[in-house]
Design a protein around this ligand. Structure first.
Ligand code: NAD
Length: 478
C-alpha cells in the first residue's frame, strides 16, 4: 500500500470496500458530521461507509485534516461520543482526512460543510459572500463521478442551491462532456449543537431535507436514513431546496428575535426590582410559551450572528424578489450585538466608572462547554471595557488561545486580589461549581452575574459574606 499523506489521496487507503462519503470542510460542523457518518453501521454491525474529510490546503485546513486523519477531533470537545466515534473509526480504518480533492472521485456522496459569510454591501444591504461556496461546489462538479449525490449542509441564503449550486455543477459537468444533471443535488441543514450533546444533535435529532430533483430527494433520504436515527426522529421532506434553505434561516432568525425580544424586559426588571428569571419560569409553565428566552451576556457563535441576514441577501441576490425588508431580523441583530455593551454599562454604573478599574471576565466562549469564541459577546465586551479604561483579566476553562484578541488564556483562575469586579459571562459547569468565596479570599469585588450562573442560595451566601452581587435581568440585590 502507498504511504498516505494529506497531500495525495486514493481509495487504496481503505482496506475494506464500502460506499465512500466525503465531507467537504472540517469545521465545527463537518468534523462532527465525519464522526457521525463514520459511526453509521450496516445491518451486520460493521461500518456502513468509508468516510474522507476533505479540507482546503491552507495552514488551518491542513491542521484540521491531519488531526482528524490521526484519529482526533480537531477541536476541544466535551462530548465523549464524538471522540469515541472518531477513535473507533480510526481503528476500524473507515475514517480518513486529506487536502487532496482527488478524494472526491470515488465518493458516492459529498456532504458540503464549508462556511458562507454574509456582510453588508455599499448600500448597507445584506450581501452573502458566495464565491468560496461556489468554488467548493465547482470542485465537486470537476471531481465527482456521475450518479453521486451532493448534500449541502452549509447555511446559505434561500435560493443558493437552485441559483448557484445547480448551475455551477451543470457548468462543470458540461465541460467534462457529461449530462448537466449527472450529479444529484440536495439540501439538508445541520441543527448540530456543539457542547455536551454534540453527537446526538446530529444522529438523534430531526432533519429537514429537499432535493433539486425527485431522484436527488430520494437519494438524500436514503443517505440520512443510514446516518440519522430516523425511526425515532423521522425525516421531513420539503418541496424545494429553497424551502429547506428558508427553514434553516427562519428557525435561526426566530431564535435570534426571541432572544432580542427579552432585552427590553431585562432592563425593565433591573429598573423595577423584579427577578425576570422568576417571571420567565412562571411563563414557561404554559406549554405555548415554554420556549421564551432569558436575559444574558450576549449572542455569539457563527450562526445566530449572521443567519438572520440571509433571507434579505437571498431575496435580493438570487430570488429576484427585489429589496424585501426584514425589520425584526435587523433589529434583533442590532440588539443582540449591543447586549454585552449594555451589560458593561450596568457594571460601569455599579462601579461608579470603569477608568482604572480591574475587571475579571470569567467566560469568553460564545456558549457553555465549548471552546468556540467566534463572533462572541466577550470580544465586544473586552474591547469596549478596555476603551473605557478598565484593565481586564480573562479566564475560560475551555479556551487556551483567544484568537480574536491574539491572547493566551491561562488555565488557572487569575489572582483576584485588587479586582473591582468579577463578571460571570458564561454558565460553564466549572463556574457553576466554583467556590467563589474560597477563590476570592479576602477580596470583595462586585460579583456580576451576566448569564444566570449563580443560583439564589449562592447569591445569598455571597451577600452574607459581604459581597455585592448583582445580575443581568434582576433588580438590585435580588
Ligand atoms: N457551528 C455551528 O454550530 C453550526 C450549526 C449548524 C450549522 N452551521 C453551519 O454549517 C456551516 C459550517 O459551519 P462551521 O462552524 O463548521 O464553519 P467553519 O468555518 O468552522 O468550517 C468550515 C470549514 O470549511 C473549510 N472549507 C472552505 N472551503 C472549502 C473547500 N472548498 N474545500 C474544503 N474545505 C473547505 C474551511 O477551511 C473550514 O475549515 C456554516 O454554514 C454554518 O452556518 C454551523
Amino acid at each position: 500500500m502507498k504511504e498516505f499523506t494529506t497531500k495525495s489521496f486514493s481509495d487504496t487507503q481503505f482496506a475494506v470496500e464500502r460506499d465512500v462519503v466525503c465531507i467537504q470542510g472540517l469545521g465545527f460542523v463537518g468534523a462532527a458530521m465525519a464522526a457521525a457518518v463514520s459511526a453509521a453501521c450496516a445491518a451486520d454491525g460493521q461500518p456502513r461507509f468509508n468516510v474522507v474529510g476533505v479540507e482546503l490546503n491552507t495552514p488551518t485546513g491542513r491542521v484540521r485534516a491531519d488531526r482528524l486523519d490521526a484519529g482526533h477531533f480537531p477541536f476541544a470537545c466535551p462530548d465523549p461520543k464524538i471522540s469515541h466515534a472518531i477513535e473507533t473509526a480510526h481503528i476500524a480504518g473507515n475514517l480518513r482526512a486529506t487536502t487532496d480533492v482527488a478524494a472526491f472521485r470515488n465518493a458516492k456522496i459529498a456532504v458540503v460543510d464549508v462556511h458562507l459569510d454574509v456582510g453588508l454591501d455599499a448600500s448597507g444591504r445584506p450581501s452573502a459572500s458566495i464565491n468560496g461556496f461556489e468554488r467548493a461546489i465547482r470542485i465537486l462538479g470537476q471531481e465527482l463521478s456521475p450518479g453521486a449525490l451532493v448534500m449541502v449542509e452549509t447555511t446559505v441564503p434561500p435560493g443558493t442551491c437552485a441559483h448557484v449550486a445547480a448551475p455551477a455543477l451543470a457548468d462543470e459537468l458540461r465541460r467534462r462532456g457529461l449530462p448537466a444533471d449527472a450529479i444529484l443535488l440536495a439540501h439538508s441543514y445541520e441543527r448540530v449543537m456543539p457542547g455536551p450533546n454534540y453527537f446526538d444533535s446530529i444522529v438523534n435529532f430531526w432533519r429537514v431535507y429537499a432535493g433539486h430533483t425527485l431522484e436527488a430527494a430520494d437519494a438524500c433520504a436514503q443517505f440520512l436514513n443510514a446516518v440519522v436515527n430516523t425511526k425515532q426522529y423521522p425525516l421531513r421532506r420539503l418541496g424545494s431546496t429553497t424551502a429547506s434553505e428558508t427553514a434553516k434561516v427562519l428557525e435561526n432568525s426566530y431564535r435570534a428575535v426571541n432572544i432580542a425580544f427579552i432585552e427590553e424586559w431585562a432592563r425593565f426588571a433591573e429598573a423595577t426590582d423584579v427577578d425576570l428569571f422568576e417571571v420567565i419560569d412562571a411563563i414557561r409553565d404554559r406549554p405555548t410559551h415554554a420556549n421564551i428566552r432569558q436575559p444574558g451576556f450576549g449572542v455569539g457563535g457563527y450562526c445566530l450572528t449572521k443567519d438572520p441576514l440571509f433571507a434579505a441577501a437571498g431575496s435580493q441576490q438570487f430570488l429576484n424578489s427585489g429589496a424585501l425588508d426584514f425589520p425584526f431580523c435587523e433589529a434583533a441583530m442590532a440588539i443582540n450585538r449591543r447586549m454585552p455593551v449594555v451589560n458593561l454599562d450596568r457594571i460601569e454604573a455599579l462601579l461608579g466608572g470603569l477608568a482604572g478599574k480591574s475587571v475579571i471576565l470569567l467566560g469568553i466562549a460564545y456558549r457553555s462547554e465549548v471552546d468556540d469564541t467566534r463572533y462572541g459577546p466577550a470580544e465586544i465586551f473586552y474591547r469596549e471595557a478596555e476603551r473605557r479604561g478598565a484593565r481586564l483579566l480573562c479566564h475560560d476553562p475551555h479556551v487556551r488561545h483567544w484568537s480574536e484578541l491574539g491572547m493566551q488564556i491561562p488555565a488557572e483562575l487569575p489572582d483576584p486580589s485588587g479586582a473591582d469586579a468579577v463578571v460571570l459571562a458564561v454558565p460553564h459547569r466549572a463556574y457553576r461549581q466554583l467556590d467563589l468565596q474560597a477563590w476570592l479570599g479576602s477580596s470583595r469585588p462586585l460579583v456580576y452575574d451576566a448569564d444566570s450562573v449563580l443560583d439564589a442560595t449562592t447569591r445569598a451566601r455571597l451577600r452574607a459574606a459581604g459581597f455585592a452581587v448583582e445580575s443581568t435581568g434582576r433588580g438590585m440585590g435580588l
